[in-house]
Design a protein. Sequence first.
Length: 678
Amino acid sequence: MINSEYLNNLNKSQKEAVLHLDGPLLIVAGAGSGKTKVLTSRIAHIIKEKKAYPNQILSVTFTNKAAKEMQKRVSTILKTEAIGLSWLGTFHSICAKLLRKHAAATGLNSNFSIIDQDDQQRLIKNICKAENIDIKQLAPKYILAIIDRWKNKGYYPQKVILNKKDIYEKNILPIYKIYQQKLLDLNACDFGDLILHCVNILENNSDINEIYSKNFKYILVDEYQDTNFIQSKWLNLLAKKNQNICCVGDDDQSIYSWRGAEIKNFLEFDQIYKKTKIIRLEENYRSTQNILSVAANLIANNKNRVGKKLKSTKDEGDLIKLNCFKNGKDEAIGVADEIEKKLKKKYSLNNIAILVRAIFQTREFEERFLKIGLPYRILGGIKFYERAEIKDCVSYLRLIHQNKDDLAFDRIINNPKRSIGESTTKQIHEFSKKHLINLEVAAKKLIELNLIKPKAKIGLISFLNLMQKWRSDLKTKKINHVKLLQIVLDESGYSAMLKNKKDLENENRLENIKELLNAMKEFDNLESFLEHVALATSLDKDWEGKKVNLMTMHSAKGLEFEVVFLPGWEEGLFPHQKSIEEKGQSGLEEERRLAYVGITRAKKIALISFSMNRFYQGDWIDSIASRFIEELPEKNIEKNSFFDEKNNDEEDFEFNQDFENESEIRSPGWIRYQKKIK
């Protein structure tokens, strides 16, 4: 017997969404409003009312975790295993199932392989090699990113419309044509093909389209605001017959345009389906009212939204703290002190999160946490000193510091490429082992004995000469360790390698290296810096148990914490300058949605901060407080500021204090904010 209590556990809006079974339905589900509860209750109700058999319900999610959770909840409601829900899963898993049934319609066999990113890159590299394309100038990752973008738009090679602003697309299109043919030859497809091929089948085979659109009496879609063009098209083709499509999402949490998501799918849903019923879930079961009021006031500045008014089921809660710091280092100290002295007594560290706009921002927090022994974890990213480009830089410095560091030598001998292949490296290792000498000495001996191949010999001599020069520079010219790394990056060709290679990740790598240079300035010499790095990386591995969570706001979507810190709210950083430059008003609105997501991750306490100065590319610059700060409602905010007492004789001050010669001691952002609140 089905447990009918599931209806009694729903609020009025949730119950309305579950009971409305006929026609298209758009559920505008605010943060923490119980959308998964509604979706699973709706599936159970359809089965209970015998509106459809389980295999006539298509339920689509974005992650396997979400799909499993839905299966589990439906089973709990039905008090039995949710047998027959064979069409509940992710976009890709359902499309793979459908495609295997009709593979012949796309020239594939039903036992086709689905290749991963490594396989994709290997295939692209082989194509580039055969076509004499320099992958140093056009990286495989970049080529695949463009191909994926085309597939998300529904373009096979013959239908691609080139973007005239992107000078590389015309060079990538011929590669795309060869790539697609190679996939067919291999009887394989990539993730993008799974949906693209399914859409192609449904569009060009009316009999197959009829079978599925007739079979799926009900379609349910989770996180609809994150769908891209091809996903939306696939859903529309399947909903053509019965039109019983229910899409759940929150336009205010649409933050993935950079990976193809199109918010207009959500905003224009009722234009595609004329008889759409719109239900808003506005009761929030996660956050206090103060947190929701701040988030609502901020997001109300966006024009392109459906709109809703979130109400908390909890009490008013603490005011949101707004902190101003002298600089980024003080910000990290202030956050660490707040956690160490106050919050960790009341909350588990696992329930405390620091959400940043860009992953490189975690560096100063990591440094501080390591210093005071506060355990942390990086979610959705790699710890600062574990990133490949940082390890490369540190390896150069380690080998300069002492030539016996074989691990460092091994890492950088052919990084960037110097024509020193595996056979030469193996030869050096064997000679080193036989004569009980370190790798650098072994390399020199092999050159003296003329045992290295000519091409590799040139590269090896160049590397060893540079290493000798850098050691001499450090000793005789008495340059500091920061200047030394800058010279190494230039003369080794490492900087050029990152700048010249058209790769989507290299911009972040360059930013991380700039942050490393900033970090090095806090140490007196190379030796003390290298010791710090060694301790930092070893400590990271030893920590266990409860830890503070560090992650980007993008990575935090779908998560919740008792306490959330939101640092770095400054113009250029947040909202990010690149988003505004590339997308204008739509970019700004997405940044604001990201702020909304960040704030609504907090259940009880939210702390927003900015600093008056940032150390950027070797210089101190005045920071301008984010425009988002001006959009926060004063009645829900508690304003404070923190200063490092060791470096500043001034006492801590409040936001509403008056100053003489204010312009001399405050940044433009500070002054602008002062005028606003006065």
